[in-house]
Design a protein around this ligand. Sequence first.
Ligand code: GDP
Ligand code: IMO
Ligand code: MG
Length: 437
Amino acid sequence: MAFAIVVGAQWGDEGKGKVVDYYAAQADIVVRFNGGANAGHTIVSGGKKFAFHHVPSGVLYPEKINIIGNGVVLEPKKFFEELSQLDAVGIKPNIRISPRVHLVMPYHMALDGAEEGKKGALAAGTTMRGIGPCYSDKAARFGIRVGELLQPALFKEKLHTMHTLKVKLLKEVYGIDFKQTEDEIYKQYTEYGKKLAPFVAETGEILADALAKKKKVLFEGAQATMLDIDHGMYPFGTSSNTSAGGACTGAGVGPTAIDEVVGVVKVYTSRVGTGPLPTELNDATGQAIRDKGGEYGTTTGRPRRIGWLDLPTLRYAARVNGLTGLAFTRLDTLSGVKTVQICTHYELDGKKLLTPPASYTDIARCKPIYKSFAGWEDIGADKWRACAKAGFKSLPKEAQVYLKYISDEVGVPIYVVGVGAARDDTIILKDVFSKKA
Ligand code: GDP
Ligand code: IMO
Ligand code: MG
């Protein structure tokens, strides 16, 4: 088992960074394939906490190759801030960036706010990192790619066209004065280009070589299935393919290369941003879980909306991604709740729905139907860590029942259970890189 994808199975912030960091110990290469600085992946290792936006979560192992694949959109300023954060603790990661990566430009950030402002109730509550406008330009074939920064004449010409157009758009459609001149951006981005040049490589070739040599490669999804541009709750999602198919297009490998697809599942639901959330808890229980888990966005600091675990979403994620394993996180956070609920299905217009309907307006009308489970005790950080060492059967019995029920209903086996934020607080039932179950 050599090529494995890790994706979010819900609405993001499931703990993908932590799971990737754990599995990365066995990997030769870690690849980000979608999204950009909208992602915030937290890793707690050696008592230190890191928050990564662009860099793959394998960077804490300096000997591994970390690839930023063509499906990512890169905000150079943020990227270099991340490198400085690592440099400050003595880590010099081995990063390669595809020349096909699109650049987030300053006008994309301005447009993100401008477009959100016009969308009214359909605004997704974006992270304001220019993601939608950058992917829009990519699809419209207006975008500027990392490789083009290294060709000054071409970059100058493209920037001139785009700057002229975007300044006009911002002014005449949105009434916004965009202050940064073409010259300023040219200088700033040409400098970035010089600094990026040493990282640029044909990353698809590196991966083809890895496949031929049976090396171990981990693909790290950003965002999550319900935020996918095609399969998510449109329009309340992001602008890239966050699901497993995105790993192939966003890294440049064929689907036949993939052996495993792990869906990361928080044992309850959380979401930042707007849009219907059928199992949302707007009550003291939701607030208690948010407080206990410190559920505030890694990128924006916004409070995350909290809800009960939603099986229709997970069944859907299993189908869309072809999940082969589940990585549960935050069993410790949900502990201490007397009775926990799982939404088994929705009811809509008298019908039972096992997966979410396509339209957000229908999702908003869905009634979640719950099954109650006895909660499990909070045994405290030391005992959770002891469970991580002793394995699944040492977990509180009620928690085992809860997790097995979800796995059975979704039809996907359990690979990982997280019982704390740190690398060591992890129970591994199956390592994606070993053949035996
Ligand atoms: P990502 O975007 O999917 O990588 O997730 P984030 O990093 O945005 O949010 C997940 C949060 O949960 C981070 O603060 C992690 O440190 C934390 N986390 C991950 N797994 C666990 C777990 O099993 N228990 C606890 N308590 N925290 C966890
Ligand atoms: P990670 O990788 C959670 C949400 C935003 C907004 C919508 C569109 O850390 O799980 P965008 O800025 O992408 O145009 O915003 O998607 N969103 C996320 N929510 N985790 C993320 O990433 C997210 N990235 C974007 O809140 O609703
Ligand atoms: Mg996150």
